[in-house]
Design a protein around this ligand. Structure first.
Ligand code: F0G
Length: 472
């Protein structure tokens, strides 16, 4: 479905907001970028943000806040305990999720850490549609095993199956039976970030809930991008077309026993998160523990003003015009790339377009990190910063199913002309793709190597060079 824009007349869609404050972008030349990248060991995480033109590294904490949110900051009550801002935050989260017990955290991974510290024991197994990196790391830090059970349709990047965020129900059922007594919780990541930002269908979540309930296992949502999941449901599932986003969100949260949340995504805030639960005894245990690492349970490592910004963000993110425009932007960007013949993960999801780097650079084997090679070229070509989601990020876990490069779209930050520019940069690199070689790791730490590794560039394999260049 094509978003008609809030003008409602079939005219081209436009941003449902106007600009009140601007941030200067510093232009760079290719020569400058060559130098910055060389100094960074060809790792974009090490490049200063000032050297980036359009930053699509992540959609986390990089969005623009609204005038209402900036105003809310001034209302921040910085009392240590029981601040007014806490009361407002708690009410906003309860009203959205229907969960009684709300625990603020400094970001999503802190919510994961607190929850798993209370629930997960060595030898346990935690199934999910797909764990995000930090979720997996927090499960593994407890001596447990994180198992990804994406639906089979997600394996084919070319398929347009609308709900690739679904969990594989047959495998979930088998996992719950095989590891009975060892599964402290199951997690559904909505939308599924790692595979393409795809939504889970409510029918799938409902059946997952039934399976979990029968096995006596709590079902927890990793709800970072819940609003995008809701927006995509409205577009792709006729049952939800036209229903108010808030109502669908309530239904989604209603199917689970709690959620972890990074407010840096669909909280429309720069920092923050929360854990929300139905289980009062579990929440009480976590509140007791969190004072040591996160802070008192009515601020959880956040300032009162952050709590205000999130409370307001959770309302704005379910605005129909905002959501329609957000999803339309990602879809249009995907369509523009596909019009050039560029392979992307289909269908475009909620927060990012993922390039299929394996098919973009088929002559670069996974061991030479095609996603990273492509990220380097996009930066040199036009100052784009993107993020590899493939063999580099996967690290010691072996080969991932796909070599991807994520172009994450920060919320309300870039205009369509920035994104059109990004498409043109990708298209230019696409035209000279056969001349691009892979990369080798020069040095890297054992854990989370993608953040700090240094690389060198490899020459393209001779067979991949254009005929004229062969043998020269
Ligand atoms: N879960 C998902 C699905 C995420 O995408 C993230 C963060 C987290 C949990 C952790 O939240 O960063 O607030 O601690 N994703 C960011 C990204 C970093 O770029 O996709 P956090």
């Amino acid at each position: 479905m094509v978003h008609q824009g809030s003008n409602g007349h079939g005219l081209p869609p436009f941003e449902p907001y106007r600009v009140k404050c601007v941030e200067r972008l510093r232009m760079t030349t290719r020569a400058e970028r060559e130098e910055l990248l060389a100094r960074a060991g060809l790792n974009l995480f090490r490049v200063p943000a000032e050297g980036v033109l359009v930053d699509l590294l992540t959609d986390s904490g990089t969005g623009a806040m609204s005038d209402e949110q900036w105003s809310a900051l001034m209302r921040g009550d910085e009392s240590y305990a029981g601040a007014r801002s806490w009361t407002r935050f708690e009410a906003a989260v309860r009203d959205l999720t229907g969960y009684e017990h709300v625990i603020p955290t400094h970001q999503g991974r802190a919510a994961e850490y607190l929850l798993f510290s209370a629930l997960v024991r060595p030898g346990d197994v935690v199934p999910s549609n797909t764990h995000f990196d930090t979720t997996r790391a927090n499960v593994e830090a407890r001596g447990a095993t994180a198992i990804d059970l994406p639906c089979p349709e997600a394996a084919d990047t070319r398929s347009r199956y609308p709900f690739k965020g679904d969990v594989d129900l047959a495998r979930l059922e088998a996992c719950l039976a095989e590891h009975a007594g060892q599964v402290p919780l199951a997690i559904l990541t909505v939308t599924n970030n790692a595979l393409g930002g795809h939504p889970a269908s409510l029918a799938n979540v409902r059946t997952a809930q039934r399976l979990c309930r029968r096995a006596g296992v709590p079902l927890v949502l990793d709800a970072c991008r819940f609003a995008e999941n809701v927006g995509l449901l409205r577009e792709r599932d006729p049952e939800y077309a036209g229903r108010p986003p808030r109502e669908i969100a309530r239904e989604l949260f209603g199917l689970a026993d709690g959620c972890t949340m990074s407010a840096k995504k669909d909280g429309l805030a720069h920092i923050g998160g929360f854990l929300a639960l139905r289980d009062g005894a579990l929440a009480e245990e976590i509140r007791r523990r969190m004072v040591v690492t996160e802070g008192f349970p009515t601020y959880g490592g956040l300032a009162g003003r952050d709590l205000e910004a999130i409370a307001q963000g959770l309302v704005e993110v379910l605005d129909e015009d905002y959501l329609a425009h957000r999803l339309d932007t990602v879809r249009r960007m995907g369509a523009r790339l596909e019009a050039h013949g560029i392979p992307i993960v289909r269908p475009a999801g909620g927060h990012a377009v993922f390039l299929d780097a394996g098919r973009f650079l088929p002559h670069v084997p996974p061991a030479q990190f095609p996603g990273q090679a492509l990220a380097i070229e996009l930066y040199l070509e036009g100052g784009l910063r993107t993020c590899e989601v493939g063999s580099l990020l996967h690290g010691a876990r072996g080969r991932p199913p796909h070599e991807l490069l994520r172009l994450a779209i920060p919320r309300r930050t870039y205009t369509w002309s920035h994104l059109e520019y990004a498409v043109k940069v990708v298209a230019r690199v696409w035209r000279r793709r056969r001349s691009i070689g892979g990369v080798a790791i020069e040095e890297a730490p054992e854990v989370l190597r993608h953040f700090s590794a240094r690389f060198s560039r490899l020459a393209p394999a001779p067979a991949a060079r254009p005929a004229a260049a062969r043998g020269s």
